[in-house]
Design a protein around this ligand. Structure first.
Ligand code: NAD
Length: 507
């Protein structure tokens, strides 16, 4: 693990980096030979190119993954062996945390100070799921039939197709890779076309860790070609997707053609609810962490802040003051507090939502523009933006902006807060800030969200289930439950002495 004390990190200056993709433990170009660009959102310049994988490349990767699952060396490795490989991968990720972090920062503009913390925590996912790999067992079931033993075993599903978004490629891949590999599946992983680099850096470590050919394959390419082909491939037994709710719908439709299982981690419009007895300075920091970390590009962003009417003015003043101190800058500088949004299309989308909010009658209390200083003008920056006087039925309160834009909404009492909080198509996360322990638990019980934080925001762990209610998703990642989502149950019956006298009577 790096012990560096640098403040500004950088890539070695070797020109535009050329990546290959990773299929069957081979580094290859796409079948068409085409490549696509990855743009550094801080400079606006191309810094890397990756192969443009399409249907033919996906087919090649799925065939390799299927062969590895059915007859390859992997099919003969037991839980302890899978655990050893996962642990080795965890060690290598820890040793290479810096290069992994930098690759992601130059692809998506997240902060190096966040990414170094994140990449150093990734080995934890490998070690946790390694610990479960040899503890995946069935049950013995006391069926009410004489002379009969019934037991179950949990078996892997086969080839898992994982489709990853651009906001946290490594972390969201580990959410899937840990349980899928612990359970004995093989994988074809498609990173977002916006951020191919960090997963191809990860593939180098997969190879070094000694995973047999075909177990983990990474195919880079666009969603509507490579991604689409993966969701339609008849040999893919499960699709694990993180991304937008719109793409999630397409994935469910395609999976129906061959009954692949799906788990979906989708969008959010999560409420961060501040009661009048909350510790206000803590809550202000929690709101900042909830919305301005990663420039608001997290599925769990606390993008609607519900504030009790009696403290609305005081809270707003403190929030605006603290927000005005946020340091925008080079995402590779450890001093920077907010980086860019990830790419030009997202930049335009966020700025257009700010216009929509103003036209709906919400008031910009801070930010709202693209910064124009010499340091920032080439990057896809958006000032941290606070909208006051928002009504929950406005588009800016209902639609996922996925940028550094927060909506402040007043509420009268607990019932009003719950009504507003749950009045959304999403249900990923929520937070409650209060010193009243009874109210905190009452609210946690009634909020329609897969995660509720009390007096905190944005915590996740490999051990705790994560996923959404309603349009925010299907299934859960992390924890033992995630391993179960990558297995299927077989029921085995053993007769210990019945004589079959009537073949036409079952019970
Ligand atoms: P996206 O849906 O546009 O893309 C996600 C992935 O799907 C990419 O790899 C893309 O190439 C692929 N894709 C796009 N179209 C496809 C198609 N037709 N068939 C198959 N694959 C296709 O999402 P995004 O813009 O990359 O990510 C942002 C979204 O992800 C936000 O809505 C955010 O809330 C969500 N997200 C959710 C979580 C979570 O855990 N719930 C975490 C992070 C991001």
């Amino acid at each position: 693990m790096s012990t560096s004390t640098k403040t500004i990190y950088e890539l070695p200056n070797t020109g535009v980096k050329q990546y290959k993709m990773f299929i069957n433990n081979e580094w290859i170009e796409s079948a068409s030979g085409k490549m696509f660009d990855s743009v550094n959102p801080f400079t606006g310049e191309v810094w890397a190119q990756a192969p443009m994988g399409e249907a033919e490349d996906i087919d090649r990767a799925v065939k390799a993954a299927k062969a590895a699952f059915e007859t390859g060396e992997w099919s003969r490795i037991n839980g302890a062996g899978r655990a050893a490989l996962l642990r080795k991968l965890g060690d290598l990720i820890g040793e290479n945390a810096e290069i992994l972090a930098i690759s992601e920062v130059v692809d998506n503009g997240k902060l190096i100070r966040e990414m170094l913390g994140q990449t150093k925590s990734l080995p934890g996912w490998c070690y946790y799921f390694a610990g479960l790999a040899d503890k995946i067992h069935g049950e013995s079931i006391p069926v009410d039939i004489p002379n009969m033993i019934n037991y179950t075993v949990r078996e892997p599903l086969g080839v898992v197709g994982a489709i990853i978004p651009w906001n946290s490629p490594l972390l969201l891949t580990l959410f899937k890779l840990g349980p899928a590999i612990a359970a004995g599946n093989t994988m074809v992983i498609k990173p977002s076309e916006v951020t191919p680099a960090s997963l191809l850096e990860l593939a180098k470590l997969v190879e070094e860790a000694g995973f047999p050919p075909g177990v983990i394959n990474i195919v880079t390419g666009y969603g509507n070609t490579a991604g689409d082909a993966l969701t339609r491939h008849p040999d893919v037994r499960k699709l694990a997707f993180t991304g937008s709710s719109a793409t999630g719908k397409l994935i469910v439709k395609n999976s129906a053609e061959h009954f692949a299982r799906v788990s979906l981690e989708l969008g959010g419009k999560s409420p961060n609810i501040i009661f009048d007895d909350a510790d206000l300075s803590n809550a202000v920091n929690g709101v900042l962490a909830g919305i301005f970390a990663a420039s608001g590009q997290t599925c769990m962003a606390g993008s609607r802040v519900l504030v009790h009417e009696s403290i609305y003015d005081e809270f707003t003043e403190k929030l605006v003051e603290r927000t005005s101190q946020i340091r925008l800058g080079n995402p590779l500088d450890m001093e920077t507090e907010m980086g860019t949004v990830a790419f030009e299309g997202q930049h335009n989308k966020v700025l257009s939502y700010i216009e929509i909010g103003e036209s709906e009658g919400a008031k910009v209390l801070h930010g709202g523009k693209r910064p124009t200083t010499d340091e920032l003008k080439n990057g896809f920056f958006v000032e941290p933006t606070i909208f006051g006087d928002v009504q929950n039925d406005m588009r800016i309160a209902q639609e996922e902006i996925f940028g550094p834009v927060v909506c402040l909404i007043r509420f009268k009492d607990e019932e009003d807060a719950l009504r507003i909080a749950n009045d959304t198509e999403f249900g990923l996360a929520a937070a409650v800030w209060t010193k009243d322990v009874q109210r905190a638990h009452r609210m946690a019980g009634k909020l329609n969200a897969g995660t509720v934080w009390i007096n905190n925001y944005r915590k996740v762990s490999y051990a705790s289930p994560f996923g959404g209610y309603k349009a925010s998703g299907i299934g859960r990642e992390n924890g033992m439950q995630a391993v179960h989502e990558y297995t299927q149950v077989k029921s085995i019956w053993v007769d210990t002495g019945n004589i079959i006298t009537d073949p036409f009577k079952i019970l």
